[in-house]
Design a protein. Sequence first.
Length: 313
Amino acid sequence: MLHLTFRQLSVFEAVARHLNYTRAAEELHLTQPAVSMQIKQLEESLGLAIFEQLGKRIHLTAAGGEVLAYARAITQQLDELEDVLNRIKGLSGGRLRISVATTANYFIPTLLGTFSRRYPDITVSLDVTNRETLLRQLSENTVDLVVMGQPPAEADVEAQTFMDNPLVVVAPPGHPLAREKKIPLAQLQEETFLVREPGSGTRIAMERFFSERGMKLKTGMEVGSNEAIKQSVQAGLGLGLLSRDTVEQELSLKRLVILDVAEFPIMRHWYVVHRKGKRLSAVAEALKQVTLKEAQALLHTQSRKTPRHQNRK
């Protein structure tokens, strides 16, 4: 019979996820020697190596891959047990793990603030990350809920839309097109665009939109964040295509304007997403319902005050 502890499996899962003892130790608030000791004891109990060192990096062995799958299944079972007990106790406690796309971070604090005021005893863990990581977290079932743009059709998830996510073309107030009305779409081919990194939901939507119309835009820099794109557009380095939710402050301060381009905005949507068939905890279900039923109303005054086109007069 195997003599394992849940603590050993938890430490192992963290190391396997990071493939790095130091990062795992930081996450678990342990020393690196303590993490190494837990892994050593686990390997002794199993009678097999679960990691191997190749150069400066560690990798899972075949046995380690099997242990990881079972460790995650055991963790999920214990989480479900905790969720069942929380349902019995009601929404007076519990924890919630939510991950959101970087663009959603412009409005998600308002939504979570409302939720936390209603359920002050709930501990919320929030991760703001890119689309690739969100999809991996869903695949590995390491989060309760995800807020993102539309997930790929092949993803094994349940996704429900809760709010529009219009993509707009932004420019500095002094740009020659800032005063124009109904700018022909073809005219954008004469402009340089600053774009997000490959794999970004915004970039995917942008490339699909123009490809369907037989157009190809000139792209300048690839920029890794919405904030960097906004700063670069303000500096006159090119135009940007961004979610409207990301530019509310810059519009109100007249640092950016939305160009009045034909066929714009590109209308996308925000989705609340979780693994298909996942049994949501009481707290996850509560946040999901707040998101689906109240998000648009809660965020209306914050996100929809600015007129559709704010051109400088």
